[in-house]
Design a protein around this ligand. Structure first.
Ligand code: ZN
Ligand code: ZN
Length: 335
């Protein structure tokens, strides 16, 4: 929902007028669901057991992402099964297509070939996310090619990559790629290969000893279509634990974030001024379930996007897909 702001504000000591729009895609009376959009079922040989394991974790949906083919888990009905595959080259996560065999990679450079898959998958109604971008060793120029092709988002958390030089978080790469024309949604996954593959450290039991990454979505309804629509609309977040419960922007410019108990909520834009801003739980309580970003006071700091990051007592985080901003700032005189 586009929210129009036209409010008096401050830039440090100076008086300003902030006007324009904020697109709050989370202004929807829907259901927050959680799931794993990245695990390897057949390669991990746990097609029959994965649904039960994730159901016991409290998940609502699961995508079996084998390399270059879709593998739905057994036991339908236990979880919403999201069709998807991890495509080569580039480790591109494609959702929403039952058959990915037409996405044949062409020979040549990795970025160009991956970009071509993005275009073709989206033509057929799929949505495309880059798995573990930091692990992938992408350059900025290569990522720009993928963004120009229409990449929908990135895996901000990939738990399995803890064992691979701790390339779990791609937070900074993600932030770097946002610009007025590029909005990348945030998803997370655990990339598990089996229930307990201890030797390679990528079984879900082994990963869970560190922390499991997952994706939260705000869906209009608890269905496969509801999850896929939420992905396309960017109503997602990547999490290592914290949960978003609502994101409300009021006409007075107060953005109110409700969540599971957290010690802090970080608000980060592409900057006009230096840095972002963080809100902390009151000392006497230690944690809070509501945090506020006030555009009247801190809106001057952010440009074209606002990222919201939750942090809990164990320093686990959750990254909300960016809200798009189009704000102008004018000086104003007193009175
Ligand atoms: Zn991968
Ligand atoms: Zn994978």
């Amino acid at each position: 929902m586009i929210v129009h702001l036209d409010i008096d504000g401050e830039r440090k000591e100076k008086l300003i007028r902030i006007s324009g729009t904020v697109d709050n895609q989370f202004a929807l009376a829907g259901r927050w669901l959680r799931g794993n959009l990245h695990c390897h079922l057949e390669e991990g040989r746990w097609v029959d057991s994965a649904a039960g394991i994730y159901r016991d974790l409290g998940y609502d949906f699961l995508a079996g992402m084998d390399h270059d083919k879709t593998t739905p888990p057994d036991a339908p009905g236990e979880l919403l099964v999201i069709p998807g595959a991890e495509m080569s080259p580039g480790h591109l996560l494609v959702f929403g297509l039952d058959d990915v065999s037409f996405l044949r990679a062409r020979a040549g450079e990795r970025a160009e070939s991956t970009a071509e898959m993005i275009v073709r998958a989206k033509e057929e109604g799929g949505s495309c996310y880059l798995a573990h971008p930091l692990w992938g060793g992408w350059t900025r120029e290569e990522l720009e090619i993928l963004c120009d092709a229409g990449l929908d988002g990135m895996e901000i958390v990939n738990s399995s990559n803890w064992k691979s030089g701790d390339t779990v978080s791609s937070d900074q790469l993600w932030h770097m790629m946002l610009d007025p024309t590029t909005t990348l949604s945030a998803i997370g996954g655990d990339d598990a290969h089996g229930p307990d593959n201890v030797r390679d450290g990528d079984g879900i039991q082994a990963i869970a000893r560190a922390r499991l990454g997952w994706t939260g979505v705000l869906a209009e309804e608890a269905s496969v279509r509801g999850v896929l629509d939420a992905l396309r609309a960017g109503r997602t977040y990547a999490s290592e634990g914290p949960e978003f419960r609502s994101v409300e922007l009021r006409p007075d410019g107060k953005l109110i974030v409700r969540c599971s108990p957290c010690v802090a909520c970080h608000f980060r834009g592409r900057q006009r001024g230096y840095g972002g801003r963080s809100a902390f739980a009151p000392d006497e309580q230690g944690v809070a379930e509501e945090f506020v970003f006030d555009f009247a006071i801190n809106g001057y700091r952010v440009k074209d996007h606002l990222i919201v990051i939750l942090e809990d007592e164990s320093r686990r985080k959750a990254w909300l897909s960016p809200l798009r901003l189009d704000l102008s700032i004018q000086a104003r005189s007193e009175g």
